[in-house]
Design a protein around this ligand. Structure first.
Ligand SMILES: Nc1ncnc2c1ncn2[C@@H]1O[C@H](COP(=O)(O)OP(=O)(O)OP(=O)(O)O)[C@@H](O)[C@H]1O
Ligand SMILES: [Mg+2]
Length: 456
């Protein structure tokens, strides 16, 4: 499933906004990034998409199901009603009928909302959400292992590692349960934990427990045939879905391995980091947030694609607000590449305040939001962070007062007002560290100009 485009009418600060999402004819990746100042409307856009897609999910669960409605406070101030139109492409029908007209893959629905006591300017038309849901329901009826598209929204408040204190009775996880809480709270760590524990139990029951294997590996000769056999046994007894989650986490966080549920001394989840074992609650905020996000996407994909050899190949739409949140610059740089590499068939719509996120991946569609308008930004691939800050994020790359002083200094040198220039340079020397590169450059320039004048 892919969102091709959407239109917002009187939503948040937007009177009317039409947006196409990647992939487009000029951008081949599945990644669209929204940038803009605080209050530019990035979160409003992601929330609108989540609201609109909730209708597909609820109609998939039951024929007459209702999704979320547009909250009244979201309707543009002074307007009586608002609407979200969405166009989704889903090639699900292709497998059933290869001769189907391509237009049949497009599904368009409109969700509208009027203020209390006001007449709506737009009509809700949700037939296509029902048609799409119905197509999937038929497929599920014919084949209970059929894949479903992931749809998930990770808001800024996404990271709460909620670990149940007791082990409850067994759950029965169905594909559809992959949608539980996927649009309102993002990371559902409680469910992640329960799901992980259950699959791990099954994994241990069907093979030699991982802990036991680790001990055997310590005493067996690595060149022996027993070692080879044990390796094979270990690989074949691994649960495909858990493997998907483990792989996803290690793709994003090199050095982190062996995520598992432990029962002693208390029920908790542990992970190994550089030969040391930690309770996941002990991890840093950035590590926790990335692990929870990636683990949640991978778990949902695994649940929704029970028949795929590699569930990470599952498709869907993932919305992440402030994708750079808590991440060190190195991780910010590689986040899009890791997302697309680990989840190659998911479409991502991301927001960010970080220049590093958008300058390290070639094929990414970047939109800048300003005054309720949206502008496509040329590729920032390979640009240094300062240029992105200046060109796209409209931000001074250094303290503005200092920047102005340097600019005045250069003007004075250029105009040969060297006494004044020296005065200004001295005041800058008082304020900045000696090693400041701009300061060194200005000193050289001034000296050169002074020498030139002395010569004449
Ligand atoms: N009903 C409304 N009518 C007009 N403007 C609104 C309405 N509701 C919200 N806004 C405006 O929309 C902005 C909120 O937008 P949003 O939260 O999407 O911003 P953002 O780009 O995510 O910002 P940040 O980077 O701070 O998260 C607010 O600044 C507010 O002024
Ligand atoms: Mg926001």
């Amino acid at each position: 499933m892919q969102i091709k485009q959407f239109k917002l009418h009187n939503i948040g600060r937007f009177r009317s906004l039409e947006v196409s999402l990647a992939p487009t004819p000029d951008v081949s990746s599945n990644v669209t990034v929204l940038v803009g100042n605080n209050g530019a409307g990035k979160t409003s856009i992601l929330k609108s998409l989540a609201t609109s897609l909730s209708w597909f999910i609820s109609r998939l669960r039951s024929e007459k199901g209702n999704g979320n409605s547009i909250p009244e406070e979201v309707i543009f101030k002074g307007s009586s009603s608002a609407a979200i139109e969405i166009t989704v492409m889903d090639e699900h029908g292709q497998a059933v009928n290869p001769n189907i007209d391509k237009n049949e893959f497009l599904y368009r629905w409109t969700l509208s909302k009027a203020r209390r006591g006001k007449k709506a300017e737009y009509a809700s038309r949700l037939n296509d959400a029902s048609r799409l849901a119905n197509d999937y329901r038929i497929a599920l009826t014919n084949n209970d292992q059929c894949s479903l598209p992931l749809i998930a929204f990770y808001p800024v408040e996404r990271v709460v590692l909620d670990i149940p204190l007791k082990i409850r009775e067994k759950h029965n996880f169905l594909q559809l349960d992959g949608y539980d809480n996927s649009l309102n709270q993002g990371v559902d760590f409680r469910r992640f934990f329960e799901w992980f524990r259950e699959r791990e139990d099954a994994e241990n029951e069907s093979g030699i427990p991982q802990d036991m294997l680790a001990k055997i590996f310590e005493i067996v000769d690595q060149n022996s045939s027993i070692w080879q056999k044990l390796q094979q046994l270990k690989a074949s007894s691994r649960d495909r879905q858990l493997t998907a989650v483990r792989t996803a986490i290690s793709n994003f966080m090199p050095g982190f391995t062996n995520l598992k549920v432990r029962r002693k001394p208390r029920l908790h989840m542990s992970i190994d980091k550089d030969n040391d074992t930690f309770n996941v609650l002990q991890l840093s905020q950035g590590e926790k947030s990335l692990m929870a996000l990636v683990g949640d996407i991978a778990r949902r994909l695994s649940m929704m694609n029970p028949s795929l050899e590699n569930p990470l190949q599952g498709n869907g739409v993932v919305l992440i607000d402030e994708v750079d949140m808590h991440l060190h610059p190195t991780w910010q740089r590689s986040i899009i590449e890791r997302l697309t590499m680990t989840f190659p068939n998911c479409q991502f719509v991301l927001t960010t305040h970080s220049p590093l996120v958008i300058s390290d991946y070639k094929e990414v569609l970047v939109y800048s939001l300003e005054n309720g308008e949206l502008v496509q930004v040329p590729s920032q691939y390979g640009q240094d962070a300062n240029s992105v800050l200046l060109d796209v994020m409209d931000t001074h790359i250094r303290n503005q007062r200092i920047a102005e002083k340097f600019s005045d200094l250069l003007d004075l040198i250029q105009d040969r007002k060297l006494a004044k220039a020296r005065e200004l340079l001295e005041s800058l020397e008082q304020e900045l560290p000696e090693s400041n590169i701009e300061l060194t450059k200005a000193k050289l320039l001034l000296r050169k100009q002074e020498l030139r004048i002395e010569k004449n």
